[in-house]
Design a binder for this molecule. Structure first.
Ligand code: PMP
Length: 363
């Protein structure tokens, strides 16, 4: 079979080198004669794996020592509820910035748990001449006290990314599910960062939480123990049995990232991949992007065919050419090429060649 390039938004492709290593050692991990799936999470070997994973992630993201790194259950949405339950107590307010579908989904979960009166929202996106632009509000002008401000720097469905930092008088919580490890960020600007694993880290279900120590002093309410950050810290993310296979793969992805030059190298590659693909979209009248240049996501490149009647043919021919999972999210239509860390430049170039040939054929 010739090469397949998988542009799925998540669960997304993982680095082939990681998958090959996992395949090789699936039945015999660490010379133990059993799979990593079959060993105790409290075994000396597995604990060593978790320690290495944390050390690698700390190095990759330059995480300061007053931040805890947690490996939790429940993916991205699990954290939508966890942040509310961990930080709002019974009288706290929070501000949610909305720049697309996932930040809106986080609002809905927060309103359900904390009540609408305790959740304020600010819409960041305005559509000017058919292009979605993000503008960041001056939060220092708001005369209200919030426990935190929540936002999503990369909106996976809408293809919108916020590159500027959020200046806020309150701790900033960021849902980095779809752009963690894709570019350098200054962790010290955040109260908490979380990410569902299934894009840049590993299999779905696992989520990574990076939380500043002082956040854990905020009032909390009785809540599900497995989503309680304080219990997770106290028990080294092993209050209950963790998703061990996902943790193992995450550890392998971190190790691979280090071997290819870390986040700085990844960022360079991601800039190049996105630049080439958006250039192709802009260059050909056949395709159009609905996002303003400064807010175009480097991870999720959304675009439309100017003739939407050709959508299904585009997808069919792309699939036949080995380019799969390019269909846009059902809520927005069009196309979406998710080009996370594991997608090689070659995959993007192959897609561009296909897009050019398709446009030439159908123009
Ligand atoms: N936040 C973002 C930015 C996402 O892209 C996703 C999933 N695509 C989620 C949250 C939800 O993640 P999960 O399905 O793991 O709950």
């Amino acid at each position: 079979m010739s090469a397949i390039f998988n542009f799925c938004a998540g669960p997304a492709m993982l680095p082939p080198a990681v998958m090959q290593k996992a395949q090789k050692e699936l039945l015999n991990w660490n010379d133990q004669g059993v799979s990593v799936m079959e060993v105790s999470h409290r075994s000396k070997e597995f604990i060593a794996l978790t320690e290495q994973a944390e050390a690698d992630l700390r190095q990759l993201m330059e995480i300061p020592s007053h931040y805890h790194v947690l490996f939790m259950h429940g993916g991205g949405r699990g954290q939508f509820s966890a942040v509310v339950n961990n930080f709002l107590g019974n009288d706290g307010n929070a501000l949610y910035l909305v720049d697309g579908s996932w930040s809106q989904a986080a609002v809905e979960e927060a309103e359900k748990l904390a009540g609408k009166d305790n959740i304020d929202t600010l819409e960041l996106v305005s559509n000017i001449d058919g292009l979605n632009h993000v503008s960041l509000p001056d939060l220092s002008k708001i005369d209200k006290d919030y426990r935190y401000v929540h936002y999503c720097p990369n909106e996976t469905v809408d293809g919108i990314e916020i590159f500027e930092s959020i200046n806020s008088p309150w701790p900033v919580i960021a849902d980095m599910s779809s752009n963690i490890l894709s570019r350098k960020i200054d962790v010290s600007q955040f109260g908490l960062i979380y990410a569902g694993a299934q894009k840049n880290i590993g299999p779905s279900g696992l989520s990574i939480v990076i939380v500043r120590d002082d956040m854990l002093a905020l009032p909390t309410l009785p809540q599900s123990s497995i989503m309680d950050y304080r219990l997770a810290v106290k028990n080294d993310s092993m209050y209950n049995t963790p998703p061990t296979f996902a943790w193992y793969l995450a550890a392998e992805v971190f190790s691979w990232l280090k071997s290819v030059g870390g986040v700085a190298e990844m960022e360079k590659l991601n800039i190049e991949k996105a630049k080439r693909l958006y250039h192709c979209i802009d260059e050909l009248d056949f395709y159009v992007s609905g996002v303003a240049k400064e807010n175009r996501s480097r991870m999720n490149v959304t675009f439309q065919l100017t003739n939407a009647e050709l959508d299904s043919q585009f997808l069919e021919e792309a699939k036949a050419a080995g380019l799969v999972a390019l269909k846009g999210h059902r809520s927005v239509g069009g196309m979406r090429a998710s080009i996370y860390n594991a997608m090689p430049l070659e995959g993007v170039d192959t897609l561009i060649e296909f897009m050019k040939a398709f446009a030439a054929k159908h123009s």
